[in-house]
Design a protein around this ligand. Structure first.
Ligand code: GLY
Length: 417
């Protein structure tokens, strides 16, 4: 099979790394990879989705796999459908489950899926009435995509009002013309990533993502500073999770969600049971890095089964133990991260500590790897207790601006090295 992967983060590097191991693959193509993994396939340059789909048709590409949310919301899969190339990812219509928080909330409410109470606002005159119906803290979300920055937990009504006004004044352009105000939910979060073929929902093992910048879940939200899988659940939580998976499958069928792709449920384990915080219509980053290292099954086979509506009766197999992923970011992330700085010893730390590195903010300067700001790379390993090796590798990584959390998959308050 000829396969095209779209996207240039550590998530897409992990997808390319795993798809490359499949005996089904004859040729891998990459659209917008970063320089760290562009050697895994042939790069396609393109001017837009129509052009990319046309090149894919001429090359005889059999499957498109889309990493990030933006191209999904902007219709990449719709263009590939026009040239009869199947994709892993929804068209514009179902990308809305991630692209509009209000659409997702309505989907959950309509289908009796447990989630927090919410109201929407699109005029300043509605703010006081709406806020009077919530207690503090209260969550304010921009309806559209805002690169993970459109969520604010307000500790006072005054802060909530100021944030809503800023959003409505266009802080995130069109994405914050509508606002979702939501009940604040408390509990541990898990990410459940499932494959969907239009009829069957096939869940992967639960993963945990660490969204805050600083140890002990303090500091600003980020794209994710680390992750691990599987997350051990109590019996009661497991049964609530199974009930939720059934409900989601029924809901997607009822609403005729006719696409093959990935559905990421952001879940929170509250004292009143599992509730759903959000949907993403793609793999999570960084959750994908440990998930795909932990996956024993052939990922490309799973994608092909999804594209052919054949997920029913498929069993995903997993490696033993756990997989840990620590993200190394540039100092200053997530605000104004420092650019530049040579990273010289990745191959050495991979060999010495048996870790796998997936690249994100990386550029090549001749043969040198240069950091390019933001999240730079993910260091991962599978094992009974992979923490020592992953953290030793992070410690020895030669990169002047490195920053990483020291407590991923540790006990609460524990610093691992
Ligand atoms: N790790 C969260 C996300 O991918 O949106």
């Amino acid at each position: 099979m000829k396969v095209l992967i779209y996207g240039g983060g550590a998530r897409e590097h992990a997808i390319a790394w795993k798809v490359n191991q499949s005996p089904l693959l004859t040729k891998l193509y990459l659209a917008k990879p970063n320089d760290g993994f562009s050697n895994l396939g042939e790069i396609i340059e393109f001017s837009g989705f129509v052009d990319l789909a046309d090149t894919a048709r001429q090359e005889g590409i059999d499957l498109l796999i889309v990493g990030p949310e933006d191209p999904l919301v902007n219709g990449i899969v719709d263009e590939f459908k026009k040239v009869n190339i199947p994709a892993i990812g929804p068209g514009k219509d179902w990308a809305m489950l991630e692209g509009s928080k209000a659409f997702a909330k309505k989907f959950m409410k309509d289908n009796d899926i447990p989630t927090g109470e919410y109201l929407t606002i699109n005029k300043k005159s509605e703010i006081d009435d709406v806020l009077n119906q919530f207690s503090i803290p209260v969550v304010v979300k921009a309806d559209g995509l805002a690169a993970g920055k459109g969520v604010f937990i307000a500790q006072s009504k005054k802060d909530a009002k100021r944030t809503i006004e800023e959003f409505l004044d266009g802080k995130f352009g069109e994405a914050s013309k509508n606002i979702v105000v939501e009940e604040f939910l408390e509990g541990d979060e898990i990410s459940l990533i499932s494959l969907w073929d239009g009829e069957t929902l096939l869940p992967m093992i639960p993963a945990r993502d660490y969204k805050r910048l600083l140890d002990s879940d303090r500091g600003p939200n980020t794209g994710g500073m680390g992750a691990y899988c599987p997350v051990e659940l109590k019996k009661q939580e497991q049964s609530e999770l199974s009930e939720y998976i059934n409900k989601l499958e029924v809901a997607l069928k009822r609403e005729k969600a006719d696409f093959a792709g990935v559905i990421y449920s952001g879940l929170i384990l509250t004292k009143d049971g599992i509730k759903i915080l959000e949907y993403n219509m793609r793999f999570g980053d960084p959750e994908t890095q440990p998930l795909l290292m932990h996956l024993d099954s052939d990922l490309l086979v799973l994608f092909v089964k999804a594209a052919r509506k054949q997920l029913k009766d498929i069993k995903i197999t997993w490696k033993n133990d756990m997989t840990l992923c620590v993200v190394v970011a540039a100092e200053g992330y997530p605000f104004s991260s420092k650019n530049g700085g040579c990273i010289s010893n990745i191959k050495k730390i991979e060999k010495k500590h048996g870790v796998q590195v997936f690249y994100a903010g990386i550029k090549l300067d001749g043969s040198k790897l240069i950091a390019n700001g933001g999240r730079i790379l993910s260091i991962c390993k599978t094992g009974d207790y992979p923490h020592q090796d992953v953290y030793k590798a992070a410690e020895e990584l030669e990169y002047i601006y490195k920053y990483y959390r020291k407590d991923i998959a540790g006990k609460v308050g524990e610093t691992i090295l």
